[in-house]
Ligand binder design. Structure first.
Ligand code: ADE
Length: 230
């Protein structure tokens, strides 16, 4: 059973509407909706913003619902010129850019005493998502790359440059790598899917409402197809 952690209220609303007889359980201030989507068992939940909310949400999905896969959808700032607002990024791996134990000779982003530097997304989930996306969202760009996560909204050229110089990365957001770390600790395959809402710098924003409407359509289309295909 897949756990779907959505970010946008209306995205989660839409998925709930499409579920057959969802049962709701409230834990840690989060509403978990368990039911069938496209004939498959799923749990849909909104985690709230930031690394701690993301990690707590995964642990509940693991302990209470026994999920065997996690998909996290949401929005992110692009870190590459060729990744445009409205495009989707599928994670290859995820790193927490706000982890700094360089004082103890760890590379920036490395969590001390963990075996891995970045948390790798599940290849089967990513390949399936990529195929599904081309079918259900043929008009948008789909990219694969590293997701950078921190408890920070990135909105300056300097910070954006610092991120890409230190970590590479396709996009930056606020939950993905924490969800990835919690999934890794529990041995659960995961995928992060992000719709690009901004360029993570001081550039002008597009009409956010219009962006959000489209991002929700693309994200729900992909989630529905991925659940059915997986
Ligand atoms: N989510 C969407 N855009 C973001 C940004 N620029 N930084 C962090 N999280 C984001």
């Amino acid at each position: 059973m897949l756990g779907i952690i959505g970010a946008m209220a209306e995205e989660v609303e839409q998925l709930k509407k499409e579920m057959e007889a969802p049962l709701v359980t409230a834990v840690a201030g989060m509403d978990f909706y368990k039911g069938k989507l496209g004939g498959k068992d799923v749990v849909v939940v909104r985690s709230g913003v930031g690394k701690v909310n993301g990690a707590v949400c995964v642990q509940i999905l693991a302990d209470r619902f026994g999920v065997d896969g996690i998909v996290n959808t949401g929005i992110a700032g692009s870190l590459k010129a060729e990744i445009n607002i409205g495009d989707l990024v599928l994670a290859t791996d995820a790193v927490q850019h706000d982890v700094d134990a360089t004082q103890f000779a760890y590379p920036l982003g490395q969590i001390p005493q963990m075996q891995v530097f970045s948390f790798e997304a599940d290849e089967r989930l990513r390949k399936t998502a990529s195929q599904c996306c081309r079918q259900v969202n043929p008009d948008i760009g789909v990219h694969e790359g590293r997701v950078l996560t921190g408890d920070q909204f990135v909105s300056s050229k300097e910070k954006k440059l610092w991120l890409t110089e230190n970590f590479g990365g396709a996009c930056t957001e606020m939950e993905g790598a924490a969800i990835a770390q919690a999934a890794y600790l529990n041995g659960i395959p995961f995928l992060i899917v992000r719709a690009i809402s901004d360029k993570a710098d001081d550039s002008a924003q597009m009409d956010y409402e219009e962006f959000e409407r489209l991002a929700i359509v693309h994200s729900v289309n992909l989630t529905r197809a991925l659940v059915e295909a997986f």
